[in-house]
Design a binder for this molecule. Structure first.
Ligand code: APR
Ligand code: PHB
Length: 389
């Protein structure tokens, strides 16, 4: 089989890119290891920056998110009993849209068939070949049959554990990584949120986050040591810990209910440079990971796709090969700014095992500064709503 662009991975990055290319009449195929149901079963963050909403709007796929998503003009930092509201609407003129990644992925998946976007699910043993040549190709097996897709270029949207980044010779790339000494235990429940906006809390017992999916479905997190096992956390223990860490006002409004899902995920900051090697581009989690503090993961994938789709259209429709050459530097410029914000907010809102009294004083001083400075709040707000692309 021949195509113009072979996309590996049918998560939000791969599907968004596939739709943007098809909208320009560019031939592409998305190759996904899992089933569509498995992809949709993943619970991920759901705070969308304007770039993510705008790309869906450009595709005419924003109707459901505008109908069901929640427009948020602010979020909160809690430090013990103090609640600092960051009024992002007032400070930046922008808002964020609370809409689950699962729902965004569903919108993209549902539109694939009607729009002629070919997605191969259940592709095993996906491998990249000749990415340094002008004739790269991808091989895989599906239903026991060996398949091959020849393309002009391959785009790795296959997440942190996919094969694309590993297809680049180690000598040609560089890894920057920080693994955090805790994980996030998340619980999803069909109960109303305790607050109409998000609350990130730094409590002496640890971090907590109150988030939501809708007015009737809440998503909460607490940080736990990496040695913790989810089997040791029954629902009541999680609700009890949330009530303490979020502070008395929030606790008074927490509605408890059975967990629809609960799990522990590790946190890391990770960047692979460059995000292009020959005729392979990397997008989204295939190239970078952020800690979820600040909800940048999906939005960074979207900005990568914004740059990658423009470069691919420029080359394949207008002969501008320079756009492909410029992709990595352009994408990385925004990646690093989001990495910094996510790392910084993680540092501010978590108690690190290695920290002492001085580091805690630094957190208190920074929160005092944020509480008293419009300039400090604006700096946080413009990162939270998303820096310009
Ligand atoms: N072959 C084919 N597909 C693969 C392979 C493989 N060997 N390995 C992984 N994949 C698929 C995964 O099954 C997944 O569907 O690639 C897709 C990658 O999707 P994501 O991990 O969601 O990454 P991305 O599309 O970049 O979206 C980033 O997703 O994980 C969250 O926090 C992250 O919100 C961020 C967003
Ligand atoms: C979520 O709603 O799952 C969420 C929100 C904000 C974050 C992380 C996760 O920073």
């Amino acid at each position: 089989m021949k195509t113009e662009v072979a996309i590996i991975g049918a998560g939000p990055a791969g599907l968004l890119l596939g739709h943007l290319l098809r909208a320009e009449g560019i031939d592409c195929v998305v190759i996904e290891r899992q089933t569509g149901d498995h992809v949709l079963s993943r619970i991920r963050a759901g705070v969308l920056e304007s770039i993510t909403v705008e790309l869906m709007a450009r595709l005419g796929l924003d109707a459901r998110m505008r109908a069901e998503g929640l427009v948020h003009g602010g979020f909160n930092l809690a430090d013990g009993e103090r609640l600092i509201r960051i009024d992002v609407a007032e400070l930046t003129g922008q808002t964020v849209l609370v809409y689950g990644q699962t729902e965004l992925t569903r919108d993209l998946m549902d539109a694939a068939g009607p729009r002629g976007l070919e997605v191969v699910y259940g592709a095993d043993d996906v491998a990249l070949h000749a990415i340094d040549s002008d004739a790269p190709y991808v091989t895989y097996t599906c239903k026991g049959r060996a398949r091959r897709i020849d393309a002009a270029i391959v785009v790795g949207c296959d997440g942190f554990h996919g094969p694309s980044r590993r297809a680049i010779p180690a000598s040609a790339g560089r890894v920057f990584e920080r693994v955090y000494p805790f994980g996030w235990l998340g619980i999803l429940a069909d109960v109303p949120p305790c607050n109409h906006e998000l609350i990130y809390a730094n409590h002496e017992r640890g971090f907590a986050l109150a988030s939501m999916r809708s007015p009737t479905r809440s998503r909460y997190y607490i940080d736990v040591p990496l040695t913790e096992r989810i089997e040791d956390w029954d629902d009541d223990r999680i609700w009890d810990e949330l009530a303490v860490r979020l502070g008395p006002d929030a606790a008074a409004h927490i509605t408890r209910g059975p967990a629809l899902e609960k799990s522990i995920a590790p946190l890391r900051s990770f960047v692979f440079e460059p995000m292009r090697h020959g005729n392979l581009l990397l997008c989204g989690d295939a190239a970078h990971i952020v800690p979820p503090t600040g909800a940048k993961g999906l939005n960074l994938a979207a900005s990568d796709i914004h740059y990658a789709s423009a470069a691919l259209i420029g080359w394949l429709r207008h002969g501008d090969r320079d756009a492909i050459a410029a992709y990595s530097d352009k994408a990385l410029a925004r990646v690093w700014k989001s990495e910094r914000f996510s790392w910084s907010l993680t540092r501010l809102m978590h108690r690190f095992p290695e920290d002492g009294a001085f580091e805690r004083r630094m957190q208190v001083a920074e929160l005092d500064y944020i509480a008293s400075s419009e300039a400090a709040q604006r700096a946080i707000a413009e990162n939270y709503v998303g820096l310009p692309v």
